[in-house]
Structures are given as C-alpha cells and as structure tokens.
Ligand binder design. Structure first.
Ligand code: GAR
Length: 206
C-alpha cells in the first residue's frame, strides 16, 4: 500500500504509522505527507524520514487547494489517504478521486463526541464532562462532513477515576497509535480497499 498522510499538528500518529512500516508490521510505505500548517511537526517528522512533505493550505493555494492536494497525492501514486490529525474537510475533487480510500481517525467512539469543533483536546474535555466511563478510537471512511463516514474499526479505552485532560488524552492517543497499524494491517490483508459497503466495521477492545 502506498500511503499519503495528511496531518495538522504534532504528528505522533504519522510517526507511529511510519515506524510500523519500518518495522515490517505493515506492508506499506508512507509516500507523501501534506499539512495545512507550516509549523506542523508532521512535516518535520516526514522530512527527517526522507519522505516528501508539503505545506498545502488555503493560504498557499487560496483558489486551488482541493486540486493541489489531489494532484500531489496522485503524483506519488497513493493508494490510500490517511487523515491522522488533519483538522480540515477535504474537497470534492480529492474525495471523488479517492472515493472509499480516505480514512480518518477520531479520538472517541463515534457517533459520540464528533462533528465540527470536536478535535484533539476538545474531544477529551467533552468526554470527561459527560461522565462516560469508556471512550476510544474510531477509524472511519471520510466523506464531506466532519467525523461522519462509515466506521471501519473502533476500539475502547477506559476513562479512569481521577483522569485529567492530559492523562485521558495520552491514554487514548497511545492506543490510537497502535490501532492505526492494526487497522491498516487488517485492510491490507483483507483487500478491502476498493469497497466500503462490505466491511461491516471491525471491532477491537484490546
Ligand atoms: C489524534 O488524536 C487524532 O485522532 C485527532 O488529533 C490527534 C492528532 O494527534 N484528530 C481529531 O480529533 C479529528 N477529529 P497527532 O498530531 O499527535 O497525531
């Protein structure tokens, strides 16, 4: 699998995916990294791994953003697009070109705690405020809405008494970094890249 990864922030999930490929746990390669944020650590991580990295945003490409993202992914012959902490919606050209081949990870059990504004720490803050005792990670197909497409895989993570925003976020992200590789491995071995109606969703509670 040739992977294209989009990320906005610190890029720890990107790093985990790169590392899983390097260790041979995943028969895949991260071929290109794109960020909407010029200061993203994800770009630095890619560069230090020798992976082509591009800052493509509404500032750098105010009228051609969707086209530029799509062309960049195509230029690297990407099979599967991963949104690993990417905080923007994708445009119709990219979604159309990679229909059924764009995945996002979300740090909660969708459909709970998803939607516009629900990203990163905001998600964990809402989970803590709700009093839920279980949260988790969802990897889902991407459509034109935030956190909305069909679920591919979910895993649970406990919310523990005394959790702070920081402890909960780190527990979820630690699980998420492993879960990406597990889910991609499942996809690769089951050849489920071309359709999304036959997946039925996978569930993992480890
Ligand atoms: C991850 O927890 C990811 O699920 C979340 O942002 C974090 C990025 O961390 N994405 C969302 O909340 C999208 N709705 P990272 O930059 O360290 O990989």
């Amino acid at each position: 699998m040739r992977l294209g990864v989009l990320a906005s922030g610190s890029g720890t999930n990107l790093q985990a995916i790169i590392d899983a490929c390097k260790r041979g746990e995943l028969n895949a390669d991260v071929c290109v990294v794109i960020s909407n944020n010029s200061g993203s650590r994800a770009l630095e991580r890619a560069q230090s791994e020798g992976i082509p990295a591009y800052h493509i945003s509404a500032v750098t490409h105010p009228h051609t953003l969707d086209d530029e993202i799509c062309r960049t992914l195509e230029a690297y012959d990407v099979d599967l697009v991963l949104l690993a902490g990417y905080m923007r919606l994708l445009g119709t050209e990219t979604l159309g070109r990679y229909d059924g081949r764009v995945l996002n990870s979300h740090p909660a059990l969708l459909p709970k705690f998803g939607g516009k504004g629900m990203y990163g720490s905001n998600v964990h803050r809402a989970v803590l405020a709700s009093g839920e005792t279980v949260t988790g990670v969802t990897i889902h197909y991407v459509d034109e809405q935030y956190d909305h497409g069909d679920t591919l895989a979910q895993c649970e993570v406990p919310v523990l008494p005394g959790d702070t925003l920081e402890t909960l976020e780190e527990r979820v992200k630690e699980r998420e970094r492993v879960f990406w590789a597990e889910t991609l491995h499942m996809l690769a071995t089951q050849s489920r890249l071309t359709t999304r109606d036959d997946t039925g969703g996978a569930h993992c509670s480890r």
